[in-house]
Design a protein around this ligand. Sequence first.
Ligand code: PEP
Length: 252
Amino acid sequence: MRNILIAGNWKMNGDTAGNAELVAGIIAGAPRSERVSLLVCPPYPYLSAVSSQLAGGAVSLGAQNVSEHEAGAFTGEVAPAMLRDCGCDYVIVGHSERRSLYGESSDVVARKFQAALDAGLRPILCVGETLEEREADRTEDVVDEQLNAVIEAAGIAAFGEAVVAYEPVWAIGTGKTASPGQAQDVHAHIRGVVAGHDPDVADRLLILYGGSMKGDNAAGLLSMPDIDGGLIGGASLKAEDFLAIAAAAAQL
Ligand code: PEP
């Protein structure tokens, strides 16, 4: 049985005092479960402070983005090794907001994925379709293109160190959640694509669902056989909301 990862993507939210309160709440209320792990992904400026607060505990730290480059003249960018240096174990790559608002192509995402791995970070690769693409029955094509770009660039073995997050764009921050059945179909498809290259890697791969996951819909989603956790936006900003999802996971 695979473990469950509940990851919070804080996006561009928070401040020093509020983060400290949020992290303290998460640490205090984290379920005591061997199977459920928690991860928080604050904005860059707060990584070191949150890392210090998490030190020695079970909650992991990740970043929301990373440069594809190692170092040098890339003003405003943050290198993978810097994230390691600040205590990160994970980094989100290819979030739909990065793809749509900052023009990140699947090739750029693949390079970020590889750069993260090279620095010893575990990339969380986000894939997912827009509403228009779903309505045109193109969900699997879109997910395949996003996934295959990374498989071709990094190789399937790299997925042994990675996490995939299926995030239908139409469900992110909208309050609309994919039904457990809709999400399961795409998760099973993703696992099938990976299994086509390496069944063992596919079997071990954590595939998270993201898109308006909350305490009251988490159990239904997380009980699906190919849904191994959640990437949580809005509901990761309050300890109570985030912990409600973690508690649902711990009860499975
Ligand atoms: C996200 O941005 O990754 C996300 C899933 O957001 P939300 O939970 O707010 O839909």
